[in-house]
Ligand binder design. Structure first.
Ligand code: NAD
Length: 552
C-alpha cells in the first residue's frame, strides 16, 4: 500500500468504467452423481480430518495469544475442528489503529479498484473457494448442503457482486449544476473505523457486515461469532487472496464484552454494523449513547436483530401449500434463521388438513450429520441454544399441546426434534418470544375472526422482521397488506417467510428487529458514506457589488 499508485489523484486510468453485469449466483443442486457433490464430499472429509489453528489477523499480520477457544461440530460436539486464538485488549487497540491507518489510503483508491477486490472475491468464492467455505459452514455451523450453498456460497457472492453495482449507482448520483458552476458529490468514507459484529447463523452476513463498509472505503474491526469461526477465518483468507490490502479488515475473535467495551469507547468509532440479538444491540446502543461526548463524529449505528416471524392462513388458503411453507419456513436450518416461521395462525376449517399434512412431513424429516446429504435438519448451534430451546419445550409440555416432535437429545450433538405446538391462546408465551430453534407454535382461530386475527398478529410481538399471508381471496390479501404493514420488513404472499435473495427482496425489519437498513441494497451502502458537496465556480466574481445596488 505504499507505491505511488495509492497517492491521492493517482488513478492511472482514463475512462468511465462500468462494472460487469451482475446476476444472482445459480444454486448448485448437489444431486447424486453430480460433480459438485463429489468435490464437496472430498473437501468435507479432508476438513473434518484436520484441526487447524486460527490466529487473530491485524494489519495483515497473524497473532497467536495462547488464549484458546474451540470451533466444534454442533452435531458431534466432541469433535474439534479448530483452535482459535482470542484477542487480548492490546490487540483490540492495535486492530483499531490498523483500521484507521488503512482507511486513510484505502479511501483514496478509486472506487472501481475497491470494487474489483470484492468482485474478485465473489469469483474466488464461486470457484476455487466454494467447497472450503461451504464445508466450513456445514461442519462448524451444522448447515445442510443446500442451506450452506444458498448462504455461504450464493448469498455472499450476491452481496459482493451486487454491492459493487449499488456502489456504482451511488457514486454516479451527482447534483445538478448551473451556468459557470460545477457541483459535485464526493461520497467520502467515514472518518475513523467501522466495527462489524456478526452472528453465527449466516456465513454471508459476516462477509457482508465487514465487506459492505469496506467497499465504500472504510477500515473495519471485524469480530466474528465464536460459533462461526471456521467460515469466518476462511473468508478472511479469501479476501486476502482477492487483494484486500492489509488492515482494511482486521479479524478479531475473542470475548465480545471486552472487545466491544474497547471499541465502543474509542474516539474514532465511526460506525457499527451489527447483526444478532435485539438485547445485545440494545446494550451496544446504550453504551454508544453514554460515550457520545467522546466521539469525533456521530457513529452510524446499523443493526439487524431478532424476529418472531409469522405465517397466517385465510380460510381461502391452499392447505397443502400452507403446510409446506410452514415446514420449510420453520425447520430449515433448525429454525435458526432470523426469518424462520415461529408462529402461525390457521382457521379452524383448515386446521385438520394443515396439521395432518405438516405432521406427515415432520415424521418424514431426517435429522443428523450434515455430511449425510439425506438429512433435512441437523443440530442447533451450541449447548446454550440447546438448553434454551429445551426449556421452551418443557413449557409447551406443561401449558400447551405438542402435536409433533418435542424431543431433545444432546449427548453427541445438540439435536432438537422439529416440533409443532398448538397454543391454548394467541398470547401464549411461545407465540410471542423469539425461540431460535425448530419450534413452531400454531393458534387455531374461528374462521369468522379473520380481521381480529390480523390485528392480533400485528400486536403480538415486539418485532417486525418477516411475515406471510396465504390466501386465494384478493380482498383478504389486501386487508393483510394494510393491517400488517408495519409488522414485517419482508412480507410474503402465498410463500414462506424465509429465503430472501439479494437484489430481489432486500432484507431487514423494523420495530425490535433492527434499523431496517436493508442488507444487500443501496440503502445499506449509503450508511457507510458521508457525502461532501463541492461547488466549483469557473470564473469567480471580482467585485462585491450586486446590480440591485445601482443608482435609483
Ligand atoms: P448474538 O446477539 O448472541 O451474537 C451476535 C454477535 O454479538 C456475536 O458476534 C456475539 O459474539 C456478539 N455479542 C454477544 N454478546 C455481546 C455483548 N454483550 N456485547 C457485544 N457483542 C456481543 O446473536 P447470535 O446468537 O449469534 O445470532 C442470533 C440472533 O441474530 C437472533 O436473534 C436472530 O434473529 C438475529 N439475526 C438477525 C438477522 C436479521 O437480519 N435481522 C439475521 C441473522 C440473525
Amino acid at each position: 500500500m505504499t507505491d505511488s499508485a495509492l497517492r491521492p489523484g493517482a488513478a492511472g486510468f482514463n475512462g468511465v468504467r462500468r462494472i460487469p453485469p451482475t446476476v444472482n449466483e445459480p444454486v448448485r443442486s448437489y444431486a447424486p452423481g453430480s460433480p459438485e457433490k463429489a468435490s464437496l464430499k472430498k473437501r468435507l472429509t479432508a476438513m473434518a480430518a484436520e484441526r487447524i489453528e486460527i490466529p487473530v489477523i491485524i494489519g495483515g499480520k497473524e497473532f497467536r495469544t495462547g488464549d484458546i477457544g474451540h470451533a466444534v461440530m454442533p452435531h458431534k460436539h466432541a469433535h474439534i475442528l479448530a483452535d482459535y486464538h482470542k484477542a487480548n485488549p492490546a490487540q483490540v487497540e492495535l486492530a483499531i489503529a490498523a483500521a484507521v491507518k488503512a482507511q486513510k489510503e484505502w479511501s483514496q483508491w478509486s472506487w472501481e479498484d475497491r470494487a474489483a477486490v470484492f468482485l474478485k472475491a465473489a469469483e474466488l468464492l464461486a470457484g476455487p473457494w466454494r467447497d472450503t467455505v461451504n464445508a466450513a459452514t456445514m461442519l462448524n455451523q451444522s448447515k445442510t448442503v443446500y442451506q450452506s450453498e444458498i448462504d455461504a456460497a450464493c448469498e455472499l457472492i450476491d452481496f459482493w457482486r451486487l454491492n459493487a453495482q449499488y456502489a456504482q449507482e451511488i457514486y454516479h448520483e451527482q447534483p445538478m449544476s448551473s451556468a459557470g458552476v460545477w457541483n459535485m458529490s464526493d461520497y467520502r468514507s467515514l472518518e475513523g473505523f467501522v466495527y462489524a459484529i456478526s452472528p453465527f447463523n449466516f456465513t454471508a452476513i459476516g462477509g457482508n457486515l465487514a465487506g459492505s463498509p469496506a467497499l465504500m472505503g472504510n477500515g473495519i474491526v471485524w469480530k466474528p461469532a465464536a460459533t462461526a469461526m471456521l467460515s469466518g477465518y476462511y473468508l478472511m483468507k479469501l479476501l486476502e487472496e482477492a487483494g484486500l490490502p492489509p488492515g482494511v479488515i482486521n479479524f478479531v475473535p475473542g470475548d465480545p464484552i471486552m472487545i466491544s467495551e474497547k471499541v465502543l469507547s474509542h474516539r474514532d468509532l465511526a460506525g457499527v454494523h451489527f447483526t444478532g440479538s435485539t438485547g445485545v444491540f440494545n446494550s451496544m446502543w446504550k453504551t454508544i449513547g453514554s460515550n457520545m461526548a467522546n466521539y469525533r463524529s456521530y457513529p452510524r449505528i446499523v443493526g439487524e436483530t431478532g424476529g418472531k416471524d409469522y405465517m397466517i392462513a385465510h380460510p381461502s388458503a391452499d392447505a397443502q401449500a400452507f403446510a409446506v411453507g410452514l415446514v420449510r419456513g420453520a425447520y430449515e436450518y433448525q429454525g435458526q434463521k432470523c426469518s424462520a416461521a415461529s408462529r402461525a395462525y390457521v382457521p379452524k376449517s383448515l386446521w385438520p388438513a394443515v396439521r395432518d399434512a405438516a405432521v406427515a412431513m415432520i415424521n418424514d424429516i431426517r435429522m443428523g450429520d450434515t455430511r449425510d446429504f439425506r438429512n433435512f435438519m441437523s443440530a442447533v448451534i451450541d449447548k446454550k441454544a440447546f438448553d434454551k430451546i429445551s426449556s421452551y419445550l418443557d413449557d409447551a409440555k406443561k401449558n400447551a399441546k405438542i402435536i409433533a416432535g418435542g424431543g431433545a437429545r444432546g449427548e453427541e450433538g445438540y439435536f432438537i426434534e422439529p416440533t409443532l405446538v398448538e397454543a391454548p391462546t394467541a398470547d401464549y408465551r411461545l407465540m410471542c418470544e423469539e425461540i431460535f430453534g425448530p419450534v413452531l407454535t400454531v393458534f387455531v382461530y374461528d374462521d369468522d375472526k379473520w380481521t381480529e386475527m390480523l390485528e392480533t398478529v400485528d400486536r403480538t410481538s415486539p418485532y417486525g422482521l418477516t411475515g406471510a399471508v396465504f390466501s386465494r381471496d384478493r380482498q383478504a390479501v389486501r386487508e393483510a397488506l394494510v393491517t400488517l404493514r408495519n409488522s414485517a420488513g419482508n412480507f410474503y404472499i402465498n410463500d414462506k417467510c424465509t429465503g430472501a435473495v439479494v437484489g430481489q427482496q432486500p432484507f431487514g425489519g423494523s420495530r425490535g428487529s433492527g434499523t431496517n437498513d436493508k442488507a444487500g441494497s443501496k440503502l445499506n451502502l449509503l450508511r457507510w458514506v458521508s457525502p461532501r458537496s463541492i461547488k466549483e465556480t469557473f470564473v469567480p466574481p471580482t467585485a462585491y457589488q450586486y446590480p440591485f445596488m445601482g443608482e435609483e
